[in-house]
Design a protein around this ligand. Sequence first.
Ligand code: RUQ
Ligand code: CUA
Length: 654
Amino acid sequence: MLMLCSVAAIASMQSCKMKSADSAVAGDAAAKVYVAPGKYDEFYNFVSGGFSGQVSVYGLPSGRLLKVIPVFSVNPENGYGYSEETKAMLNTTNGAIPWDDQHHLELSQTNGQQDGRWIFANANNTPRVARIDLKSFRTAEILQIPNSAGNHSSPFITENTEYVVAGTRFSVPLGDADVPISSFKKNFRSTASFISVDKTTGHMNIAFQIVLPGMNLDLSHAGKGPSHDWFFFSCYNTEQAYTMLEVNASQKDKDFIVAVNWKKAEEYAKAGKGHKMPASYAHNTFDENTQKATSVIEKDVLVLDPKDCPDMVYMIPCPKSPHGADVDPTGQYIVGSGKLAALIPVFSFDKITKAIQDKQFEGDFYGIPVIKYEAALHGEVKKPGLGPLHTEFDGKGNAYTSMFLSSEVVKWRISDLQVVDRIPTYYSVGHLMIPGGDTKKPMGKYLVAYNKITKDRYLPTGPELCQSAQLYDISGDKMKLLLDFPTIGEPHYAQACPATLIKDQQVKFYDISKNHNEYVSMGEKKANVVRNGNRVDVYMTAIRSHLVPDNIEGVFVGDEVYFHVTNLEQDWDVPHGFAVKNSNAADLLIMPGETLTMKLDANKQGIYPFYCTDFCSALHQEMSGYLRVSAKGSNVPLRFGSGVVVADAAASNK
Ligand code: RUQ
Ligand code: CUA
């Protein structure tokens, strides 16, 4: 099948080539990705889960899946979002939301280099930013973003993790005002939020929110080195369309890169140039000490208007509906990838600074000065390919841009903007990732392409084919394809760091003596069942290979039963699971030293077996018990126990 690349094909964003990969894999590819059984991968690769809402972790170069980290979606595998302890993580001002759409990731940095402490993740749909702790691979904090919709240009960070940004893909009226959609120009605004990150705890707070005209912010990246004080956002739909964007947002030849001087913004915020606006947004944190998430609703946000803050925001014209906004390792060059443009514009930070000094403007956009295109331009990469989306860097003076329409990676030199190599992707590549490829110190050994279309690459699996990533060797002059590997959810951005940066800081188990969960059972002797009205609290312990108590009676239809299960093990890699028949929550997976709680609504009479769901020992199948639920008002005393000792609740509660 041969299709011609037409404008229509470009506009509908379909890949127009099917290629054969037969000759594309070098003979030594297998050896280069082979990680022998029992050996470790060289890199951790964190990949966004797209519509799965989670983050998954792969080893590179093997492409082996190591873990799925639950972030914005409930996770039946371990009860995240179902257990009483973690439910609050998914709380928002619209109640608990069990799902989101996760696109971008950024590892925390110090001096523009990965420091291995946290990785940040965005939620697109209900705007939120999450912080994941890289000692436990657990979501530690989730912050909702007010005055936002489609939190896409997020969670990119400044060089020392001073701020995480969150920019709106969809403009909306501030404060959720009720206005006609047709009043877009008058009432809709985009916002760029700057979230401060506490240096030691990592705790996030919205420091200020910059209000921008109604348009769509898309991607962003922070400056570094000389451009340290700046943040660059791409935007499209400066036409300000609110219907049929496909046509109406593609009218202008150029949209903008929005350059924000966040240092100035910080000063303006300190000087009282902003105003506090009432806003309502959830701030959820998981406390390792109490092992419980709490959700606080924040009440206001500090808003900065460029009108009141001169020199804080500038617009740089960028052809045509730019997607990626990427900054090279020196911080000198800013690449805007116009997804409908036939070239890649590269802007020079020195030139931008000079243009601002010399006031080389071509008017303004709603009062924000627009720098002359030529005055900011370092140069254009000519005819790179079709549909440039994202650019990463190898630290050796080269840039690599993904070409969605022509399904290829194009390598070009930053100095003279010459294309030096190109290689096909299978197919329609979105993001690219080089370990450290958006930091000051890229490790230009591998490149991973995260593709949007898989077509014929894997065994077919019904109407939905697997999602796919491809690994390339970029250590030489010529890029080489090494490996395809499937991913979970649609992959967008990713980050990778050397395994040595984080592998030795892993939590192996939680010290039981520091377990301050209010429902902990410190040892089997503390196991208990307590009734309070129709609430029944079961204090249960788990250790190989039994649960205490494992017989519970005296529970009635209409009771709410809370199983607080403490895993007493103090060893690495010995979680116990917990599930009970008829429960409408997921099972729990309780790490050694941890307590987790499952709620059961006892709404039918019967015997409810419960058991450990993780095959933990040779006697795992024996790790089980029974709950008896009797008819309401029946005369069954509350009794519980294990082995021969079945104690009266009244006696043991003394
Ligand atoms: S996007 S494929 Cu949501 Cu980062 Cu560009
Ligand atoms: Cu504990 Cu199986």
